[in-house]
Design a protein around this ligand. Structure first.
Ligand code: HAM
Length: 424
């Protein structure tokens, strides 16, 4: 038999692991509903330019991580490495900016693809839960977006998280800062890593993101963004921080937070795990404001802001922090048939129960009573119904309450009522 293996960096989800992903997804959906986000679903692949143009040619994502291929019509197609660019594309293509609603607030859930080196919490196919909001240029919106992520993490019962924020300033501030960094690092570049050397010419801001040189004296003495912010950007950032204070949200202003995607301006943020093991520093959510992304796609001059959570990372951290609580893996009822005719009757009864919202399983094979009880045990059935010749002749079902270890007989006519009362 040929033995196929999943592609490196991908995962199969089943059993309790898929339940965990669903719990995260459902919690996020229900919670973000309260913030008036509505769902958007964009395609999993887009024309390559959608990402190349927005995320930035020099970003790691575009320069080395995209799954890009030519389709049969010779078009360059890319499996989405992130959600923001696709959402902006959709916002413009569907002319939703023309809507009179002041602010469009969307969330999305789904798989993203990046050719990264797989390691704990880093995959080549992973799932994000993200939000984007368009149309309002206000520190109140920035603070509210950050608040939604902060309080969602509380709702998900994830602890030991640090929120880092920074301002990259408006375009002019960013350019002035990039020039200052270029001048500064030019004097030290000989001692720096290969990636830093490349970034010096293409995007000096990204040097601050370097993991290799992160703790060097050169890096620590580099010019700070806050000294290059325009008065307007400074005031904007102060107002975001004041609002976060009012919301009693803990945060740390981190000058070195620049983010790996080029579209950000002004507010940027990341939620990272603080622990004393290898997961320390792992980002579970990241985002920021993008003032010119919409217009760079040919749309109106309209800012946007958003973030994305890595769902596998959330799941992993919840498991590590032991915060899942009881995950329901049980089945309400297993119906056992003791002979061939009784098995048919078991299947009939099972379907009546299922259409009445009771989860139910039967044994399809001609197995022994013992193995049918084993099935009930494996499915953690709360009740086992037993049907044999005697039950069929008398129009009754024997019901075993597994937890209390009791057993009674109920007539077919009253079975549904009896069961419904048990589950109410
Ligand atoms: P990002 O920082 O590239 O931002 O990704 C957001 C989150 O996705 C990360 O913090 C991490 O939790 C998760 N993530 C990223 N790469 C991987 C991976 N290879 N394996 C597992 N999880 C991963 C963005 O994607 C932006 N689009 C966020 C945003 C939305 N900014 C504005 N709006």
């Amino acid at each position: 038999m040929a033995s196929y293996q999943r592609v490196k960096g991908t995962q199969d989800f089943y059993g309790v692991d898929i339940k965990k992903m669903r719990i995260i997804e459902n919690t996020a959906r229900t919670f973000l509903d309260k913030y008036q986000f509505t769902e958007i679903k964009t395609p999993i692949f887009e024309h390559t330019e959608v990402f190349a143009r927005s995320v930035g040619d020099e970003s790691d994502i575009v320069s080395k991580e995209m799954y890009t291929f030519l389709d049969k019509g010779n078009r360059s197609i890319t499996l989405r490495p992130e959600g923001t660019a696709a959402v902006v594309r959709s916002f413009l293509e569907n002319k939703l900016y023309a809507s009179p609603i002041a602010c469009t607030k969307w969330y999305y859930v789904g798989p993203m693809f990046r050719y990264e080196r797989p390691q704990a919490g880093r995959f080549r196919e992973f799932n994000q839960f993200g939000v984007e909001a368009f149309g309002v240029d206000s520190p109140l919106l920035d603070a509210d977006i950050i608040a939604s992520a902060y309080f969602l993490l509380q709702e998900l019962k994830i602890e030991q998280v640090k929120l880092k924020i920074n301002s990259l300033g408006d375009f002019a501030s960013r350019n002035a800062y990039a020039k200052a960094l270029h001048d500064y690092f030019s004097h030290h570049i000989d001692t720096m890593c290969h990636d830093c050397k490349r970034r010096l010419a293409s995007n000096p801001l990204r040097i601050l993101d370097c993991k290799v040189d992160a703790h060097t004296k050169t890096m620590k003495s580099a010019p700070k963004m806050q000294h290059y912010l325009s008065e307007e950007s400074k005031k904007y950032f102060e107002e975001v921080c004041q609002m976060l204070d009012l919301l009693k949200i803990d945060y740390l202003v981190d000058d070195n937070l620049v983010r790996g995607l080029d579209y950000y301006t002004d507010t940027v943020f990341e939620f990272i795990i603080e622990s004393d093991d290898a997961l320390n520093g792992l980002a579970i959510c990241a985002g920021g404001k993008y003032a010119t992304l919409v217009s760079s796609f040919g749309g109106p001059n309209m800012p946007g802001i958003g973030y994305a959570f890595g769902m596998e990372r959330l799941s992993m951290i919840k498991t590590q922090q032991n915060s899942w609580g009881q995950i329901d893996t049980t089945t309400d009822v297993v119906v056992i048939g003791l002979d061939e005719a009784s098995k048919r009757e078991a299947l009939r009864i099972a379907n009546i129960l299922r259409v009445n919202q009771i989860s139910c399983e039967v044994d399809y094979k001609n197995t022994t009573l013992k193995s049918q009880f084993k099935l009930a045990e494996r499915l953690e059935a709360r009740f086992i119904m037993i049907i044999g010749e005697e039950e069929r002749l008398n129009n009754v079902v024997t019901i075993k309450d597994v937890k209390n270890n009791t057993q009674i007989q109920v007539t077919n006519d009253t079975l549904l009522k009896y069961i419904e009362e048990l589950f109410l």
